[in-house]
Design a protein around this ligand. Structure first.
Ligand SMILES: Cc1cc2nc3c(=O)[nH]c(=O)nc-3n(C[C@H](O)[C@H](O)[C@H](O)COP(=O)(O)OP(=O)(O)OC[C@H]3O[C@@H](n4cnc5c(N)ncnc54)[C@H](O)[C@@H]3O)c2cc1C
Length: 429
């Protein structure tokens, strides 16, 4: 077995891991990626629209990734491809030991800081509770994207899409362009889950019908999908008896949500936020475990890759500072509410706490609303402890024309006014 020591190890070579690696500067850094090429999921996203915020250009996924891979090539960061991190544990000195598996065998590496940039995985048919056998032709939107864009193969000729997440919408257009008959997108919620621009550009522009408050309840076929059964659902998303319809098709594509991949974080005893399914973090993407960072889709599902890169950079930059004097890096937290369970208005907020000892001039907060809303005012307040009797202070207020759960909102504000013992609340007025 090989043994090596690093300052920082980054797990995952997608846009989050790439940005993190570049930001670690001159620290001795290792980037570990299980696939044979860097770029993460962007390798298969050949449509444009990536990098609008960062570069002001409409890049394809591979183009966006290429810019970071080129930058990474100018650094001394060591990259190990086709290498899987199968185990992570704390060392007695407070650092981390990782077990790497690749074609050369097993390797044990240590680091003072670890950045988790492992992305997310897609919900499957089992998690969407569809009855019936499991014939060929039922696949997630990401798998369909891989078939078409990387392997050059069509998953089917007549296809039904369940779920109106962005990947499903993008695949509806992609499959149509490749000659598949996309019969419709079925969404159990009352409103679509994807970005508005994808509804317009991927469905409306191609006359692909979107059926809201409808789901797929059953798959027919033995060796291959022959048909699916759809049904209307009530407000609690339960199928309504008597509304069933059968649609002949040879392919069912699922776009029913992404789940951050956090088995490694959990194995370290890091608790996950039920609202985001990622670890609790401060404004620098450091989890509650000193020296462990989480960024990109492993932290929370992002709609824009630009935000993914931003969180990777934040993690890389802070890890580089942390490893200089890990034991001297002390934090003092102010909690942000709501940070645990979604409220009636707000689905999730990241970060969940602010480290007062390392406050920058600008702090970025991200949130999603729980339901579609028209004109809405969002207020952020700092609240002193109740026993102090002092009044709180509004530090941010903005009226949005429209807020939608699929669209993550970013607020940048100066929080250097915060004092120990206070809390920050974000609410809808
Ligand atoms: C299937 C799918 C399709 C998508 N399509 C689009 C799209 O069309 N448009 C869009 O804007 N967004 C899309 N997204 C969202 C996209 O994931 C994000 O914008 C962005 O790619 C997330 O970056 P990331 O670096 O956090 O994760 P990823 O890009 O997923 O990268 C994570 C990397 O970590 C590696 N990894 C994970 N675990 C380990 C381990 N234990 N050891 C070693 N390596 C590991 C993975 O192999 C992967 O390369 C898609 C997401 C998915 C899941």
């Amino acid at each position: 077995m090989l043994y090596e020591d690093y300052d920082i190890i980054i797990i995952g070579g997608g846009p989050a891991g790439l940005a993190a690696a570049i930001a670690t500067g001159r620290r001795k850094t290792l980037l570990v990626e299980r696939e044979e090429r860097l770029g993460g999921i962007l390798k298969q996203c050949i449509h444009d629209g990536f990098g609008l915020l960062r570069f002001g250009e409409r890049l394809s996924g591979p183009e966006y990734a290429h810019r970071f891979i080129t930058e990474l090539g100018k650094t001394a960061v060591k990259v190990k491809l086709q290498t899987f991190v199968s185990k992570i544990e704390r060392t007695a000195e407070g650092g981390f030991r990782l077990l790497l598996t690749n074609r050369d065998g097993m390797e044990s590496v240590t680091a003072k800081a670890v950045i988790l940039a492992t992305g997310c995985r897609e919900r499957t048919a089992r998690q969407a509770a569809i009855h019936g056998a499991r014939p060929a032709g039922v696949l997630t939107a990401g798998a369909a994207q891989y078939y078409v864009n990387i392997m050059g193969q069509l998953p089917g000729k007549r296809c039904v899409i369940l779920g109106s997440g962005d990947i499903g919408l993008i695949m509806a257009r992609r499959l149509t362009l490749e000659g598949t008959d996309v019969l419709g997108v079925f969404e159990a919620k009352q409103t679509p889950s994807g970005l508005s621009r994808n509804i317009v550009q991927c469905l409306n522009d191609f006359n692909i019908p979107l059926h809201v408050s409808k789901t797929v309840t059953r798959v027919f076929g033995d060796a291959r999908v022959e048909a699916v059964e759809t049904a209307s659902v009530d407000r609690d998303m339960r199928p309504i008896a008597g509304t069933e319809e059968t649609i002949a098709c040879d392919c069912l594509i699922l776009s029913v949500g992404l789940i951050p991949e956090n088995e490694l974080a959990e194995s370290l005893g890091v608790s996950l936020n039920p609202a985001t399914k990622g670890p609790f973090v401060d404004q620098h993407s450091m989890t509650m475990l000193p020296g462990l960072f989480s960024c990109g889709n492993a932290l929370h599902v992002n709609d824009l890759v630009d935000y993914v890169s931003e969180s990777g950079e934040e993690a890389g930059k802070t890890a580089a500072a942390f490893v200089l004097h890990p034991s001297a890096y002390s934090r003092s937290f102010v909690d942000i509410f709501p940070h645990f369970f979604p409220t009636a208005d707000i689905l999730c907020v990241t970060p969940q706490c602010i480290d007062l000892n390392h406050l920058d001039e600008k702090t970025a907060l991200f949130f999603r609303v729980r339901e579609e809303r028209g004109k809405t005012t969002v207020s952020i307040r700092r609240e002193p402890p109740a026993e102090s009797g002092a009044d709180g202070e509004e530090v941010f207020r903005k009226t949005y024309r429209r807020l939608r759960p699929p669209e993550m909102e970013k607020i940048t504000l100066d929080l250097r006014c915060l004092q120990e013992g206070e809390k920050v609340t974000i609410s809808i007025l």
